[in-house]
Design a protein around this ligand. Structure first.
Ligand code: MV4
Length: 507
């Protein structure tokens, strides 16, 4: 009934590949990395027990190529593939291919990935499982003739969504009837070109919702539990930036209702593994099902910090066919956790991705601080992949302590060579609305309409000026010391070269 997993290929890169490898090491499982040409020196490659090149930097020539990954898995004798998030994590064809090749795919069944990936199917499942869904219309198969009447029934503004979408791709807010036809057409066209599936549907548009998601965990024997919520309202352009658990506005009653709803759809869809059920929570505290993410999510560590569980370890146990070792009554929340996503982006330039070489990379630590990083000093940040380079997750006895520690840790964090969102997080941690827990998906838009995140932090400008002066002083001194000494290698370089194998690697 159960099959012990001894070797896992991690079909991913960056911090999530490292995260999965850490669980492998804890479980005495051999880890296998795959890497593209520009990731030769990446941290996930150093962390792995074995590593194989799978081609050129663009992900559609490496990390996304099913054949290459399956080929490595079979050649190296892996039992299972962990997809991480992104790339192949929610690809039903890839999951099926793994099974067909005799490999365990660490994730839900291909049928589940496929059906929940279709937002219209997911909505129907949610309805069947008695979850509240936003008032809306199903447009598939009905033709477009009745759309105006349907939108009228739903009530403007309506939100047009792509059936194959998710994560906000292909959405359109429609304020009034005159704009409906065009919005439906553009959305359908966009969806067709982005997902190869032009089906769209519409829902009542909620103006200022909070985004709350429930972590679920299910085994292959029909057991399903939830691990409470994560508050993910702070996002920009559908990209989450700060997540926390518990949600500052949650009540035990609402948690119980949303948790049970999440478990219901998990059972309805035959879910296996770790997953996330997303909801919108309206200002009057009514909640509505949005979608199910059939993967381990970026923000899973906040749940780990407050539940004390290791979600990757649980995923592996479930994939081996074991029964859940916990029941719902074993789950309780301890304290508060906040995650700041550290992106290699420039908040002063509209969050443009920032590439370069990490010249200085010092991580914060101390009580309550966890950093899941995908990079080490002297790594190049390539243009080809997601710009998120690390996540800082901070735990406190309560939200107040978690915020205080987050601020302390952000101050300790040092990165140079690329621009990052560290300073941005410091600004948000001082925002009175954030501190009071008064947040919605509109938070950043409303609080920082001009994307002006630096102005408030003039302290930082002063420090930058001092740093620049110091740097100039040191450089001039170095030139003086080194003059007449042609091409002298600095001691730092020499020491680094000698100790190369000790830098960053875990062993
Ligand atoms: C909505 C909504 C308001 N009303 N649906 C965006 C991502 C996708 N999963 C669904 N999304 C939304 N659906 C209705 N009926 C607002 C959003 C939304 C949002 C949701 C979660 C997190 C951030 C968001 C930012 C803007 C809009």
């Amino acid at each position: 009934m159960t099959q012990k997993i001894n070797k896992i290929l991690i079909a991913n890169r960056g911090e999530i590949a490292v995260r999965v490898m850490r669980a492998c090491r804890d479980l005495d499982i051999t880890s296998v990395a795959v890497f593209s040409d520009c990731d030769q020196t990446a941290y996930h490659v150093r962390m792995a027990d074995e590593a194989y090149n799978i081609g050129p930097a663009p992900s559609n020539e490496s990390y996304l190529v099913h054949d290459k990954i399956i080929d490595v898995a079979k050649r190296c004798g892996a039992d299972a593939i962990h997809p991480g998030y992104g790339f192949l994590a929610e690809n039903a064809d890839f999951a099926q291919r793994c099974i067909d090749e005799g490999l365990i795919f660490i994730g839900p069944k291909p049928e589940t990935i496929r059906s929940l990936g279709d937002k219209l199917v997911a909505r129907k499942m949610a309805q069947k499982a008695d979850l509240p869904i936003t008032p809306g219309a199903q447009l598939d198969g009905q033709g477009w003739a009745d759309t105006h009447r349907l939108a009228e029934e739903v009530g403007y503004p309506v939100l047009v969504k792509a059936a194959a979408g998710g994560g906000g791709k292909g959405m359109r807010v429609v304020e009034s009837q005159e704009l409906l036809d065009e919005a439906l057409e553009t959305a359908a066209r966009e969806a067709k070109s982005a997902f190869g599936d032009g089906r769209v549907y519409m829902e009542k548009y909620l103006a200022r919702p909070r985004h709350i998601e429930i972590q679920i965990l299910c085994d292959q024997h029909g057991n399903a539990i939830h691990l409470c919520e994560r508050e993910c309202s702070i996002q920009r352009r559908h990209q989450k930036v700060i997540e926390e658990s518990p949600s500052p506005l949650m009540t035990p009653e609402l948690r119980e209702k949303m948790g049970s709803a999440a478990v219901s759809i998990a059972l309805e869809s035959g879910y296996v593994g770790a997953g996330t059920v997303e909801f919108l929570v309206d200002e009057d505290m009514s909640f509505y099902f949005l979608e199910v993410n059939t993967r381990l999510q970026v923000e899973h560590p906040v749940t780990e910090m407050v539940t004390g569980l290791d979600l990757v370890k649980e995923q592996i146990a479930v994939a081996e066919g074991r029964k859940l070792r916990l029941t719902q009554s074993d789950i309780s929340l301890n304290g508060h956790a906040i995650e700041c996503r550290i992106y290699a982006e420039n908040p002063e330039e509209g969050f443009m991705p920032s590439t370069g070489t990490l010249k200085n990379y010092r991580l914060p630590s101390g009580p309550g601080v966890r950093v899941d990083s995908g990079v080490v000093i002297f790594n190049d940040i390539p243009i080809y992949y997601d710009p998120m380079i690390a996540k800082m997750i901070v735990w406190g006895q309560n939200r107040e302590e978690a915020i205080a520690r987050t601020k302390r840790a952000l101050e300790e964090y040092r990165i140079s060579g690329v621009k990052t969102t560290i300073g941005f997080h410091r600004v948000v941690m001082d925002n009175p609305k954030f501190v009071s827990g008064d947040i919605s998906t509109k938070f950043l838009q409303e609080e920082y309409p001009d994307n002006n995140y630096t102005q408030l932090d003039d302290n930082l400008r002063e420090k930058a000026a001092i740093a620049a002066a110091l740097e100039t002083f040191i450089r001039e001194r170095k030139i003086a010391v080194n003059s007449g000494n042609k091409r002298r290698q600095s001691n730092w370089t020499a020491v680094y070269r000698r100790n190369l194998s000790h830098f960053g690697g875990s062993r």
